[in-house]
Design a protein around this ligand. Structure first.
Ligand SMILES: *Cc1c(COP(=O)(O)O)cnc(C)c1O
Length: 202
């Protein structure tokens, strides 16, 4: 799937992309997203949260999004599970993997995957669908391939018959071709769809 990353873009740009056939939109900042979700209520859109999750923001995420790509700790998973409204479908979640242990990014190392996946399996209001990754900046194409391939392999290794972990959120405007070649099922595309975005001022 193509996930159109609409952070920094106005609701009108999202409506225009929807007219062009895109239904999945990704947002990084809760307050900015809530305004657009409210403004676009007439459109039948699927909202994906792809930013870092602060534990005091889990309730609006659980209430307003269909997918969360950036789950990286049990406490966040438990809060999303408890706060998902009873009338809504289970929240689709991905575990973010940070292979290089970059401190400025969220995500867990591969050693922690089995434990977190097992914990999410026991939460009935969450549905663990796969993995998400953001590779370090500036990798050669060869190292990028290695990174994405490791994520695909990890997902296959940790899949079970009950939950196949077959959803791989990898690739952005600058590297989506490589990600697709390595098995991505969801490319997160911002600037290549919308053009440059408004820089954040806070
Ligand atoms: C902003 C962002 C994107 C989109 O980046 P582009 O380079 O504009 O395509 C994708 N994924 C995440 C997690 C982002 O924060």
């Amino acid at each position: 799937m193509i996930l159109a990353v609409s952070k920094g873009q106005p609701a009108a740009a999202i409506a225009a992309a929807h007219r062009a056939g895109i239904v999945d939109f990704g947002e990084n900042y809760v307050d900015e997203a809530l305004q657009k979700i409210a403004a676009l209520g007439e459109h039948d859109l699927h909202w994906h949260f792809i930013g870092r999750i602060q534990s005091n923001k889990t309730r609006p995420i659980a209430e307003n999004f269909d997918w969360v790509h950036t789950v990286d700790r049990n406490r966040i998973a438990e809060r999303l599970n408890a706060q998902r409204p009873p009338h809504a479908a289970p929240l689709n979640v991905l575990i973010q993997i940070n292979l290089a242990h970059e401190p400025q990014k969220g995500g867990i190392g591969e050693d922690a995957l089995a434990t977190l996946a097992g914990a999410i399996d026991s939460l009935p209001r969450l549905r663990l669908r796969g993995l998400m990754t953001m590779p370090p900046a500036g990798l050669s194409d060869e190292l990028l391939r290695e990174h994405f391939t490791r994520i695909a392999r990890l997902a296959a290794q940790h899949a079970t018959p009950q939950r196949p972990l077959d959803f791989l959120s990898m690739g952005m405007s600058g590297d989506f071709e490589t990600a697709i070649a390595c098995g991505s099922t969801c490319v997160r595309i911002g600037t290549a769809i919308f053009g440059e975005r408004k820089p954040r001022t806070d």
